[in-house]
Design a protein around this ligand. Structure first.
Ligand code: M6R
Length: 608
């Protein structure tokens, strides 16, 4: 996730900006840059790589004099990490500089329009569109130009903007990306997050959507889009620096779980326009998509589990055959790939060695590879024929949560697109599904807000030895992910089983008090799963059920029930996973485990 910092005041800006960027390093980034006004003009220094490079290039800011500046750490979205794509971005005359956190969804039509007006682009970013648009609308009044741009862009943004004509002023605005402002005796600050300015002030004001801030050395003023001043009361930050990095959450994992509504929105909304699913990144028109006869999904760990869900959804909705493989198996099993096959590799990091090897093997055999990847510019993103990005932002906790949720919805979109072109759903059904997708973020939020109840339940299982997760069809896929979450962070042995398979051996492991989490969200399978719950309960198991609202019958077979809101039956995993993540998290916290960095595990598995 990009980080932005800005300062205007009586002190030198560059060292303050660099210091703030350093405090935002935890957010993850691939390049960094600064724009400083030196009294005459704006200078930009930026570079791909670590912040250290920028510090060296500027002698810790010493070579960039001036008391007004903005800085940025970039997490690549549009365009790979490079010097050109790093922020800040200039207009052609180098009189306006912009840093941006977020995604401008309609940047392509805007770019086309600007090119038609004679603007040329130096980068592949969506952000550069903003610099040129500001230039186009700027007629001497920065507020007027900013407001005109806001009315025309769609997506999310937090912006820091310098206008050379206004040497003592810093401008900032946000929509759906975080932005805070602060002030001390020396000047005023903007930042994406509290740690960046905590050293300078503990009085922080949170900027709301479409509020514009005008900052000078002496103070700051906040306006709405009608240019009316808005009064806001700063809050006092009590957190220490470490807690501030996690926005007050105890762990990155919890913070990332809470980011899931946004992650889902960011991944789906650029690809849903009106009543249509548009996935430009597939690089295939409808005719070509229709020629795809079979999909091979290949991935590791949680990404593999997302792929298993994807199989049910793709087969169910688009009636296209799907095979799902663990990448470590696929690469050595000499898989049979037939004409019309397309390989879909899924990876958060884009660097997983086995997944990368599977991709290379598929390409060697001449099959097209689609990557569903989170990290822009990663090896898998570079080598896949086409990439559909999940917009989860950097994930820091080793146990994936938000990237997994983003993978799920990316697969739903792919399934819906294929269903549309293959004619396996009506336009009306598709519109209904799109509405259900749009509701998911609020429903996820609702479930996250139920955390106290799950925490109380989890506290009872801190000493558990074995836990089983069971479910049928799509519920089996989520059981696999629920089980992995629990074992990787709490070190409790856990297994996921297809509910109907228990009686073929595994049921002998059920003892008095063994916890069995049964996921049952598919109406046509309720009765079947209830029978399996009764089987384990009668052998002494304590049964936790996760089911859809209204399925009261399950209470007869379960000891504890968690209800999820109604959604399309193919999307239930996006909701069922939330209580399972929270359960694993609170068990691990209760046991005193190192939740964000579980033993023996790495975030990115770059070895075989
Ligand atoms: O970066 P990737 O998505 O390719 O990583 C795949 C797995 O290593 C990853 O999902 C792993 O299973 C996580 N620790 C699960 O939380």
């Amino acid at each position: 996730m990009c980080g932005i910092v800005g300062y205007v005041g009586r002190a030198q800006a560059a060292p303050i900006v660099l210091d703030g960027l350093e405090k935002l390093e935890y957010r993850g980034y691939d390049s960094a840059g600064m724009a400083i006004f030196d009294g005459e003009r704006i200078h930009i220094t930026k570079s791909v790589g670590r912040l250290k490079v920028l510090q060296e290039l500027t002698h810790d800011g010493g070579t960039m004099p001036g008391c007004l500046g903005i800085g940025h750490t970039r997490w690549a979205t549009h365009g790979a990490p490079s010097d050109e794509n790093a922020h800040p971005h200039f207009n052609a005359k180098e009189t306006i500089a912009v840093v941006h956190n977020g995604i401008i969804e309609n940047y392509l039509p805007l770019k086309k329009k600007l090119e038609g007006r004679g603007y040329t682009f130096r980068s592949e970013t969506d952000t550069e569109v903003l610099a040129h648009m500001l230039d186009y609308y700027y007629k001497g009044d920065p507020m007027d130009a900013i407001i005109k741009v806001l009315h025309r862009v769609e997506g999310s943004y937090a912006l820091g903007i310098l206008f050379a004509d206004f040497p003592g002023e810093l401008f900032a605005v946000r929509k759906d990306s975080p932005l805070i402002v602060g002030q001390n005796k020396e000047g005023c600050f903007i930042a994406s997050d509290v740690p960046a300015i905590l050293r300078y002030t503990r009085e922080v004001t949170y900027i709301e959507n479409q509020e514009i801030v005008r900052l000078t050395a002496d103070g700051l003023h906040i306006y709405n889009v009608d240019e009316e001043e808005v009064e806001k009361t700063p809050v006092t930050i009590e957190w220490d620096a470490e807690a501030a990095e996690k926005a007050g959450y105890e762990h990155f994992m919890l913070k990332e779980m809470y980011e899931q509504p946004k992650t889902v929105t960011d991944t789906i909304s650029p690809r849903m326009r009106g009543n249509e699913i548009i996935i430009e990144e597939l690089g295939m028109d409808d005719g070509k998509l229709r020629q795809v006869k079979k999909l091979h999904i290949v991935a590791c760990g949680s990404a593999y589990h997302a792929g298993v869900t994807g199989k049910y959804v793709l087969e169910g909705l688009a009636r296209i055959p799907v095979e799902v493989d663990l990448a470590s198996e696929f690469r050595y099993r000499n898989p049979i790939l037939e004409e019309g096959a397309m390989v879909v590799v899924i990876s958060q990091s884009g660097e997983t060695a086995d997944t990368l090897a599977a991709l290379r093997e598929s390409k060697k055999r001449g099959f097209p590879v689609l990557g569903i990847v989170n990290v822009v510019g990663s090896s898998i993103a570079r080598e896949a024929d086409n990439v559909m990005y999940t917009w989860a932002g950097p994930e820091i906790a080793v146990a994936t949560t938000k990237a997994y949720s983003a993978q799920l919805v990316a697969l739903y979109l792919l399934a819906m697109k294929l269903a549309q072109v293959r004619g396996t759903v009506t336009q009306e059904e598709l519109a209904g599904m799109m509405d259900d997708l749009r509701r998911l973020p609020d429903q996820i939020e609702l479930l996250l807000n139920n955390k106290n109840r799950i925490q109380r339940f989890a506290n009872r299982y801190i000493a558990a030895r074995d836990v089983f997760f069971i479910g049928r069809s799509i519920d089996y896929a989520i059981s696999m992910e629920g089980s992995l979450k629990l074992k990787e962070i709490s070190y409790i042995h856990s297994e996921a089983y297809a509910a109907g398979e228990l009686k073929h051996g595994t049921i002998s492991l059920i003892e008095e008090g063994t916890l069995v989490a049964a996921v049952s969200t598919q109406p046509e399978l309720y009765q079947k799963t209830i029978s399996n719950m009764v089987e384990v309960k009668s052998r002494g198991a304590f049964v936790l059920a996760v089911t859809c609202e209204g399925n009261r019958e399950i209470e007869k077979a379960a000891d504890y029930v968690i209800y999820i809101p109604h959604t399309n039956r193919f999307f239930t995993n996006s909701l069922a996973i939330i209580p399972l993540q929270l359960f694993s998290y609170y068990v691990a916290v209760g046991k005193g485990c190192d939740v964000d960095k579980p033993r023996n595990l790495a975030k990115s598995v770059t070895v075989e």
